[in-house]
Write a protein that binds this ligand. Sequence first.
Ligand code: NAD
Ligand code: TDX
Length: 333
Amino acid sequence: MRLLVTGGAGFIGSNFIHYIFNRYPDYQITNFDALTYAGNLNNLIDIQDNVNYTFVKGDIADRHAVDMVFAEGDFDCVVNFAAESHVDRSISQPDIFVRTNVLGVQTLLDAAKKFKISKFVQISTDEVYGSLGATGLFSETMPLSPNSPYSASKAGGDMLVRAYYETFQMPVCITRCSNNYGPYHFPEKLIPLMIINALHDQSLPVYGDGLNIRDWLYVEDHCAAIDLVLHKGIAGEVYNIGGNNEQTNIAIVQDILHQLGKPQSLIQFVKDRPGHDRRYAIDASKIRKELGWIPKYEFNTGISTTIQWYLDNKPWWEEIINGSYQQYYTKQY
Ligand code: NAD
Ligand code: TDX
């Protein structure tokens, strides 16, 4: 298999490349990534010299660069992780989200069509469905109702993938996963931010009342689901992915402080995120039944493993928080 992974230097993409290498050591992987602030080749340092791994720096919205990588790669399949992924940044700077998450997807689809790719997997998100009330779950047949510029741009990408299936019969699948956590998670996101702030005895900024709910999944379980969709997913189908693990933000933050032996007084309630979705919860019965996906990690195990990873990999996150990310974070508060 010759596989193109776009956005492979980010959080989930780099975990996915590791996952695929462990499971299919003979696969040839090309990682095409623009190396934005979120892209980090240190995530892949252990495989950078592997003969079956190639890194190409490039932008998915740059047609020339995309055509070049497809022409050289002779790929069988594409998995697209490349995206602007942080909701807060989409509120202050929506333009780049539309460029990458909509135009970038269309550019990749055109190349996949031209080079007759046999499977294109678009990595989307549960956020395209909008926000839930106290009950109910997101199912694949629900109308899309995105509330942030991030989720609206992801929904735009999904609509193009759908349209290329309907119009050109392209072999595409879409996955919509809930919140991931685990190694290599960029420290602007809730869980790594809270771990790192706690380790520095800095305040932990909880938006609003802290009672917003997310459905958390350990990243390796997400990778296993994508593996199944890549190999067995039916063209034109959407697969929801989630671990039935709803948590309020405040419960997660309290747990992190408890596990690190830090005082709960570090919690600071701050101004709410505009348009903050109240609750996400996934019905993943389709991928469980049709593709046989079973998540392996309980939240208790996954969160402890994640906290330990941040304790063991201080140089990885120190390099990030000492760089340009610091300017963004200082501007936030
Ligand atoms: P991330 O921000 O950690 O990584 C994104 C990667 O894409 C980075 O390596 C970045 O350099 C690259 N990239 C950005 N713009 C690019 C462009 N124009 N061209 C090429 N590369 C570009 O994101 P993540 O958390 O790993 O998310 C990966 C995908 O999974 C995204 O599509 C996201 O919408 C989706 N997703 C994320 C979560 C989550 O909880 N993190 C949940 C569900 C779905
Ligand atoms: O400092 C914070 N304080 C806080 O209370 C941050 C960064 C977040 N939060 C809250 C907002 C959310 O309710 O925690 C929750 C999780 O926030 P994020 O980590 O920013 O994730 P979220 O907005 O839920 O989106 C994530 O999951 C779906 C990813 O960033 C998306 O890329 C993915 O599609």
